[in-house]
Design a protein around this ligand. Structure first.
Ligand SMILES: Cc1cc2nc3c(=O)[nH]c(=O)nc-3n(C[C@H](O)[C@H](O)[C@H](O)COP(=O)(O)O)c2cc1C
Length: 180
């Protein structure tokens, strides 16, 4: 197997994107917790939910692969923050750069998708984290908040879903580019 889609998803948005991408490309999609042997894999398409800036399951997956053999990493983050905002994109990229070795980062294509959140479905730990974050941000003036924090505060406690399967198109194109 030369190409594989691997995903890290806690509440399902990233899994839905990964399964749709798999249907569109014919590349198998697996949960990062169930990744098979990856020694022959040349292209990894990794989709991961963003959790406090980190990509769910990415570190664990990268530990399993040999950086020299993987020719290309297509990395797709799924988060709440709007990736159309340059500031959000810059923050995510800076954080990714800390999670991937410089060698592999040079062979990495990055994409950002938007997921969703349903506060009623969050685990106790996640709900507590979000509450503490909300309480600390709430005290600061709105004008001084980053775009990411504003989006977080606007959606706090609600159920929102920004999933847009159409946003997979540039990723499908990038995957096909590698096969021509
Ligand atoms: C504890 C927690 C931390 C989060 N941190 C971020 C974040 O740093 N940036 C972001 O854009 N979204 C963040 N989110 C939102 C998730 O990335 C979003 O809900 C995404 O759709 C989750 O993917 P999943 O449903 O596949 O698990 C966070 C959500 C939770 C519950």
């Amino acid at each position: 197997m030369e190409r594989i889609i691997i995903y890290g998803s806690q509440y399902g948005s990233t899994q839905r994107y990964a399964k749709r991408l798999s249907q569109q490309t014919g590349i198998p999609a697996v949960n990062y917790k169930e990744t098979p042997e990856l020694s022959d894999v040349k292209t990894i398409i990794y989709l991961g939910g963003l959790y406090a800036g980190g990509v769910l399951g990415l570190a664990k997956t990268l530990r399993k692969i040999s950086t020299e053999k993987v020719q290309k990493l297509i990395l797709v983050t799924v988060g709440l923050a709007d990736p159309e905002e340059q500031e959000n994109k810059d923050n995510i990229r800076a954080s990714l750069q800390r999670q991937i070795s410089p060698e592999l980062f040079g062979r990495t294509k990055i994409f950002h998708l938007r997921g969703g959140i349903d506060y009623q479905k969050l685990s106790f730990g996640h709900r507590t984290m979000m509450k503490l974050l909300y309480q600390s941000l709430h005290r600061r003036p709105w004008e001084t908040q980053t775009a990411e924090n504003r989006a977080f505060m606007e959606t706090y406690g609600k159920q929102v879903d920004f999933t847009d399967f159409g946003a997979l198109e540039p990723i499908v194109q990038e995957i096909h580019r590698g096969t021509i």
